[in-house]
Design a protein around this ligand. Structure first.
Ligand SMILES: *[C@@H]1O[C@H](CO)[C@@H](O)[C@H](O)[C@H]1NC(C)=O
Ligand SMILES: *[C@@H]1O[C@H](CO)[C@@H](O)[C@H](O)[C@H]1NC(C)=O
Length: 455
């Protein structure tokens, strides 16, 4: 996360932040203190502008959006008349798209000529994200990242700092090691389909005070902290950035973001963090492994602007060697739907400050009990309320709907029950939707797409 930032506005009233075990750097009071004094009228202006578009992206009735998404999945699973229909086969041939987002584009053998059609496929809270749709295609030909102030044409940094919409693709397989965080400008799609794009061994991607970003089909791993420096963030501006925190993808005060079919592992801080009033986000079809603090949504009890945060997590596979936070939320509304949680060491879904967490049709496989010294460690509880008494959290709306629990996993619910969820309609389907998760997430992560064939 990027913090050079000068977002003094947000930090006028710092209170005591509860100390946290295993804290993300973004959760430390010292971190925000250090950031606070910097002042730069450019980012101040950007923050004010971003606040407006983030508020405009907020859905006043989040249950309508989450319910609609669930209904479209149910249609695929059950068919309009209970005909099972999970193997979409619209384009004929070998298309195996198994969920409604993928079925929108993967069966088209001409996907490479219709790349921008992808932008019509997003569902959930990020549903209005269009990325670079309508803009020209920009082909990245050069994996280098040597000039942060005046990036070379043909590099990814040059592409993402242009003004105006761009659909960014890659000429060939490439490993891009970012010397410092990659600061994206609005209205961009990073589309790795058809080649292998690895962002690794350097800094991560920063989505700060911008809107309308799609990141699709790349691998992000082994992301490190970098020291900062002068970095370009648009055609018309560059500025000094302090140390990056080592997030894979950092979403900071931004909205209409869709992250789809990424594979991510082993970043220094979070894999994906969304903070500072970010909203209208969908993270789908991802494959995540080898990480402690996977996703942090909302960094501090002081950041009340995170009440507008609305995030859909769908069809992701939370896999091997993950520890916790899938996600950890503060404030806001998170719809976790049809994700496969096959591994966690501490817990899967948690939070504080009264977030709404709707867990629907997921599969949770509890970890084996472990002996640590003389203690038997049992982490089969999916949920974790951080630093809050039950008298307080019992009113938080954390609901599990048609989740599947294996190997002893269990979810402690709280708050009012949800009515009229499509998955609850008994006549729709007899099996639990959670038991379909294996199929719905079968292609999670980076896909191998060949030009001229369904993907
Ligand atoms: C979801 O909403 C869209 C319009 O926003 C509508 O066209 C579609 O039919 C809805 N889908 C379901 C399954 O309710
Ligand atoms: C994780 O990434 C760091 C670099 O940031 C690297 O040094 C380390 O070996 C990686 N660990 C694993 C398990 O791949």
């Amino acid at each position: 996360m990027a913090r050079s930032l000068n977002i003094f506005l947000f930090f006028l009233c710092l209170e005591i932040i509860t100390p946290t075990l295993n804290a993300n750097i973004l959760e430390s009071k010292e971190f925000w203190k250090e950031e606070q004094p910097e002042f730069d009228s450019y980012w101040q202006g950007r923050a004010v502008e971003a606040k407006q578009f983030n508020e405009a992206a907020y859905f006043p009735d989040p249950f309508a959006v989450s319910g609609n998404f669930t209904a479209s999945i149910t249609e695929i699973i059950a068919g309009k008349g209970a005909r099972r229909n999970l193997r979409g086969n619209k384009g004929g041939g070998q298309c195996l798209a198994t969920n409604p987002i993928d079925r929108c584009w993967r069966c088209d053998p001409n996907w490479a000529d219709n790349r921008q059609k992808l932008a019509d496929c997003v569902q959930g809270f990020g549903r209005n994200t269009r990325g670079g749709k309508g803009g020209p295609i920009y082909v990245v030909t050069d994996p280098s990242d040597d000039d942060l102030m005046n990036p070379k044409p043909g590099t990814l940094r040059h592409a993402v700092t242009r003004n105006g919409p761009l659909w960014i693709i890659f000429a060939r397989n490439m490993l891009i090691t970012l010397q410092q965080e990659l600061i994206m400008n609005s209205d961009k799609t990073i589309d790795g389909r058809g080649v292998d794009v690895f962002i690794a061994n350097g800094a991560g991607i920063t989505i700060q005070f911008v809107k309308n970003i799609i990141i699709h089909g790349i691998k992000v791993y082994d992301i490190e902290v970098r020291e900062g420096g002068t970095i370009r963030d648009s055609e018309t501006h560059y500025g000094f950035r302090t140390r990056s925190d080592g997030d894979g993808i950092s979403i900071f005060g931004s909205s209409n973001i869709w992250i789809d079919h990424v594979s991510m592992r082993n970043c220094t801080d979070g894999l994906i963090d969304a903070i500072m009033g970010s909203t209208a986000i969908t993270i789908s079809n991802g494959h995540f492994t080898d990480h402690n603090e996977v996703m942090l949504f909302g960094a501090s009890p002081d950041h009340k602007m995170d009440k507008i945060m609305q995030i859909t997590l769908a069809f992701n596979h939370f896999g091997k060697r993950l520890v916790q936070r899938m996600p950890r939320a503060r404030f806001g509304f998170v719809h976790c739907v049809n994700n496969d949680y096959t591994h966690w060491e501490m817990y899967a879904i948690g939070g504080s400050q009264n977030p709404t967490l709707i867990s629907e049709g997921n599969r949770f496989i509890g970890p084996e009990n472990k002996m640590v010294g003389k203690d038997l460690i049992n982490s089969k509880e999916v949920t974790k309320r951080e630093y809050t008494e039950e008298s307080e959290w019992k009113s938080w709306q954390w609901r599990s709907i048609n989740d599947e629990f294996l190997n002893g996993a269990y979810f402690i619910q709280s708050g009012p029950e949800l009515k009229d969820r499509p998955f609850s309609r008994k006549d729709m389907i007899t099996a639990k939707p959670g038991s379909y998760v294996g199929r719905l997430t079968r292609f999670a992560g980076n896909l191998r797409c060949n030009v001229g064939k369904p993907c």
